[in-house]
Design a protein around this ligand. Structure first.
Ligand code: AMP
Ligand code: GLY
Length: 426
């Protein structure tokens, strides 16, 4: 089968690497791809926003499945356009992608179906939002309704911070994404990510992970897209997975089908493990980045077979097997990230740093006159397997140290929580 993969980050490199290992694959195309993805796929230039052009490309190249990596094309309806043209696609319709595209939509779904989540109200003006925040008091969480490049959430520890965040949203700090605001209860607990493959009816659990969002060691400093991740998440016991399926994922699948927007693709639940059990913080409608990288390292089964089954409504017949090892990925970022990252600096030693069960996924690289250069904030994902999270971390950091890149940095404590648990023997 010929496959088209849409996207250009580390998540897509990990997907390309795993798709390329499938005996079912004839040819893999990636649009636009990156220099790492180019090892596994033919990278092509395609305007992803031009759905007619994407459909025409798929017809010309006899594409049997389109795999969409990021959320933006999904929210823009690329899956609908492909489906209307009779082309199989892994990823939700625009209507179903509202689970990520509108926080208010998801909160209302939770309310209708008794899905545990933070108590909330939706607002379309500042005075009412502020009155509610004053009534509830700090700590409290303010969220722009739409997609705001990961920056639309303020966890306000004081009322002043909350009021400022409400003003920022309505004054346009997040553009159209902030025209509506969700104000919600502050949840306490440990966070974990839970993934399911979905085909509209069936949700198949597809692994757990934890990431590190802050740029600095000890989980300090500004938020990022994620500085590292590991899988499985030791806190997600089989009992918690079962509860999450029953209380959160399954009612979501039923609710979406009832709303006429059955969900297919990856459902990525961001969970808070509270004293009262797992609560939904948010949904994403795509794989996490860099969580996908650690999931792909551990996946034993053929990814193409699984994604095709999801696209074709056949997941009820499938199961998933994982390697016993833990996987961990360290993000190497360009100096300046998450502010303005320095671009164009030269990186060497990347291919030689990989090895048995060590993969270096490219996230933001480019090729310039035969040299590999940084071309984004998060640039490389150094990913390793190990018997424990601690061993995976040691192997990943050894590989990091084999890469030569003066103008790059990484956190040295990825996995600390899991490693502390392992040391304590819990
Ligand atoms: P998001 O951009 O939606 O992923 O949210 C960013 C981060 O804000 C989450 O990963 C949580 O750490 C935090 N967060 C979001 N909602 C809440 C909440 N209700 N209570 C506590 N923390 C939250
Ligand atoms: N790493 C978090 C995300 O992909 O949203």
């Amino acid at each position: 089968m010929n496959v088209l993969l849409i996207g250009s980050g580390g998540r897509e490199h990990a997907l390309a690497w795993k798709l390329a290992a499938s005996p079912m694959l004839t040819k893999l195309y990636a649009a636009p791809g990156n220099p790492g993805i180019a090892h596994d796929a033919e990278c092509v230039t395609l305007d992803i926003d031009d759905h007619a052009a994407v459909v025409a490309f798929c017809r010309e190249k006899s594409i049997g499945l389109v795999v969409v990596g990021p959320e933006a094309p999904l929210v823009a309806g690329i899956a609908d356009a492909l489906q209307d043209a009779g082309i199989s696609v892994f990823g939700p319709s625009a209507a179903a992608a509202q689970l990520e595209g509108s926080k208010g939509f998801t909160k209302d779904l939770c309310a209708r179906h008794d899905i545990p989540t933070a108590a909330y109200e939706r607002f379309n003006n500042a005075p009412k939002a502020k009155a509610y925040a004053r009534r509830v008091g700090a700590p409290i969480v303010i969220k722009a309704d739409g997609i705001a490049a990961g920056k639309g959430v303020t966890v306000a520890m004081t009322l002043d911070e909350a009021l400022d965040a409400i003003d920022a949203c309505f004054e346009g700090a997040f553009g159209a994404a902030g025209a509506e605001v969700v104000v919600e209860e502050f949840l306490e607990g440990e966070e974990a990510s839970f993934f399911c493959l979905c085909d509209g009816t069936t949700a198949l659990p597809f692994g757990t992970a934890q990431d590190h969002k802050r740029v600095g060691e000890g989980d300090t400093g500004p938020n990022t897209g994620g500085m590292g991740a590991y899988s499985p998440a030791p806190v997600m016991t089989p009992e918690l997975v079962e509860r999450t399926m029953k209380e959160i994922v399954e009612p979501t699948m039923r609710g979406m089908a009832e709303a006429g927007a059955p969900f297919s693709g990856v459902l990525y639940a961001g969970l808070m493990l509270t004293a009262d059990g797992p609560k939904l913080i948010e949904y994403n409608v795509r794989f996490g980045d860099p969580e996908c990288q650690v999931l792909m390292m551990r996946l034993k089964d053929d990814l193409l077979v699984l994604l095709e089954a999801a696209a074709d409504g056949q997941l009820g017949h499938m199961s998933v097997r994982w390697r016993d090892e833990a996987a961990l990925t360290v993000v190497m970022a360009a100096d300046g990230y998450p502010g303005t990252p320095q671009k164009g600096t030269v990186i060497s030693g990347v291919d030689a740093a990989a090895g048995e069960d060590i993969e270096i996924f490219h996230a933001g690289t480019a090729e310039r006159e035969g040299e590999l250069v940084a071309n984004g904030g998060r640039v490389l994902n150094v990913t390793a397997l190990g018997k424990t999270v601690g061993e995976a971390a040691a192997r990943a950091y050894e590989a990091v140290d084999r890469i030569h890149w003066q103008e790059g940095f990484c956190r040295r404590d990825i996995g600390w929580r899991a490693i502390e648990r392992e040391r304590a023997g819990k």
